[in-house]
Write a protein that binds this ligand. Structure first.
Ligand code: GLC
Ligand code: CA
Length: 560
């Protein structure tokens, strides 16, 4: 396996890794049933190798009824038969490792699927039983328990409580689900739950998995003493940022991650993990601690508008924070939960996601050329930063969001649980176009589980492969350049006279310069290593980034 030995040692491979997120059901379909599968992934390992990523992260591939795209896990230690099996999983890991690519898998510890054998057992067992104690069951209020235990909304709809029917057929207790009703929350005060996740982490670590992405890592431990918490929204501003919130980011959650860390450290190299924790920036270090998961997603740029000052503050904060805590930060613009950044950067600031989706992605209409230019500039910028970078499948093709999916074809629970009101995450989960022709644009020999638009043809990988100026070629070149250039985690700002230009230096030898403004700016002298748009007469166009080899002395920041 190729090592990035430039860091403190081979154990640190993750610190500056470029991690490519695969959404398995939408990546590549080998058997033509319209659903991406592990064999499909295996068939695309050469593509991933050529792209130059250090690792992949697989969104859930476990047995699931797909109430929430696989984040409703029915069995944590198996592969969904719709997608493959364990033997194929092992082949996939071998194929990735042989290509020098490491693998993260997604762990979903806050909730299981309602099809999980433990939840099924809880439904059959009586109130107060050990089976029910692995989840969160409460009696309802009112004379007959018909009123839900508290006014708590779920992330995907009006309430986080659902009433069950008891084994004898009478209406019974209620269970808690912070997400869809098919996703009952575990009771993390129950030692069996804790032990079982350690078993799961060991299971995948033993199969050669290198790292874990931890879903909703901040929600596991809850204070559900009476009176039960109520809540009308999950806006981050309503989460107490001091570890005392009843539902999220409680200090006790770190006791769990300390036990996970002990397990990870029994492996060589130690297994790594990254927390998906939607917490205030000041609360991230605890998740990123080397006594805990080791790294935490920094989603600050996901919500950032294209503005030098906004980017500046976020980068400055996170780079300093990483130095302080000893972890490395993460940079990400796209994933399976947000509008693809090639589209997002072409939409006006502050657009309303839900309303935009309700209009089929037409009101307002994104400026796709502008969006792609900014997306490429933004990606080249983050690839120049210290920390790891997460790329989402399809962004290397410059793929825009497909928001014009017919309502009855949508799969995202958020969409149909809030009729006429919600946005959807399906438009970034549409199966990839590999070829410009064919039934599902080369996704597989059959159809596609989410409809692909006609215009996918022009973004197909085969249309971009080997073509100068294509987005795919740009990503390949950028990743190759990054691999050669990044030698340490040093970083320093370089002052630029133009307040729309971001300029910083790495390794004391090369610079990244981004033009957030709308007129070209003159680049400093030096060899242009790579640029997100053609450099014309020494000028960096608007909405573009260039990496320039720094020339000592002859360098001048203050000339136009
Ligand atoms: C995370 C996932 C998202 C999922 C949710 C519930 O936020 O990224 O896709 O719906 O957790 O598991
Ligand atoms: Ca398939």
């Amino acid at each position: 396996m190729s090592e990035n030995t430039f860091l403190r040692g081979p154990k640190d491979w993750w610190r500056q890794a470029v991690v490519y997120q695969i959404y398995p059901r939408s990546f590549a379909d080998n058997n033509g049933d319209g659903i991406g599968d592990l064999k499909g992934i295996i068939s695309r390992v050469p593509y991933l190798k050529e792209l130059g990523v250090d690792a992949v992260w697989l969104s859930p591939f476990y047995p699931s009824e797909l109430a929430d795209g696989g984040y409703d896990v029915a069995d944590y230690r198996d592969v969904d038969p719709k997608i493959g099996n364990l033997a194929e999983f092992d082949q996939m890991i071998d194929a990735l490792h042989a290509a020098g690519i490491r693998a993260f898998v997604d762990i979903v510890p806050n909730h299981s699927s309602d099809q999980h054998e433990w939840f099924q057992a809880a439904l059959k067992a009586p109130k107060g039983s050990p089976e029910r104690d692995r989840y969160i069951f409460r009696d309802g209020l009112g004379e007959n328990g018909e009123i839900r235990p508290s006014e708590l909304i779920s992330h995907f709809g009006p309430t986080a409580w659902t009433r069950i029917t008891e084994p004898d057929g009478t209406p019974g207790q209620w269970y808690l689900h912070l997400f869809a009703k098919e996703q009952p929350d575990f009771n993390w005060h129950n030692p069996q739950v804790r032990d079982d996740f350690l078993r799961t982490l060991k299971f995948w670590s033993d199969r050669g998995v290198d790292g874990f992405r931890i879903d909703v890592a901040h929600a596991l431990v809850k204070d559900l003493s009476d009176p039960l918490p109520t809540r009308e929204s999950y806006d981050m501003s309503v989460i107490a940022p001091n570890g005392t919130d009843r539902l999220f980011d409680r200090d006790e959650v770190h006791e769990i991650y300390a036990t996970w860390r002990e397990l990870f450290n029994t492996y060589d190299p130690p297994r790594v993990a990254v927390a998906e924790a939607w917490v205030e920036a000041s609360r991230r270090p605890a998740y990123a601690s080397e006594k805990g998961l080791g790294q935490a997603f920094n989603f600050d740029l996901l919500a950032a508008r294209w503005d030098k000052r906004v980017f500046n503050d976020i980068i400055d904060y996170n780079v300093k924070e990483a130095v302080k805590t000893g972890s490395s930060t993460t940079w990400v613009f796209s994933n399976h939960d947000v509008v693809r950044h090639a589209t997002r950067f072409g939409l006006p600031d502050g657009y309303d996601w839900a309303r935009w989706y309700q209009s089929g992605g037409t009101e307002p209409k994104p400026d796709l050329a502008l969006g792609l230019a900014r997306a490429k500039a933004a990606t080249l910028l983050i690839l120049a930063l210290p920390g790891s970078t997460y790329l989402y499948q399809g962004e290397e093709l410059g793929l825009p969001e497909h928001a014009a999916i017919e309502s009855d074809q949508m799969q995202d629970p958020q969409w149909f649980r809030n009729p006429g009101k919600a946005g959807s995450r399906d438009g970034c989960r549409v199966p990839l176009p590999w070829t410009s022709t064919g039934k599902s644009f080369g996704f597989g020999p059959g159809g596609s589980h989410l409809p692909q638009p006609e215009w996918f043809a022009e973004y197909a990988a085969d249309q971009q492969d080997g073509k100068l100026g294509s987005t795919l070629t740009f990503y390949r070149e950028a990743l190759a350049a990054r691999k050669k250039l990044i030698k340490d985690e040093s970083f320093r700002w370089v002052h630029h006279f133009n307040h729309n230009v971001m300029h910083f230096r790495r390794q004391g030898s090369w610079d990244s310069i981004t033009n957030f403004g709308d007129t070209p700016v003159r680049l400093p002298k030096g060899e242009v290593i790579i640029a997100s748009a053609p450099i014309v007469a020494g000028h960096l166009p608007a909405n573009a980034t260039a990496w320039v080899r720094h020339e000592e002395q002859r360098f001048s920041f203050f000339r136009r």
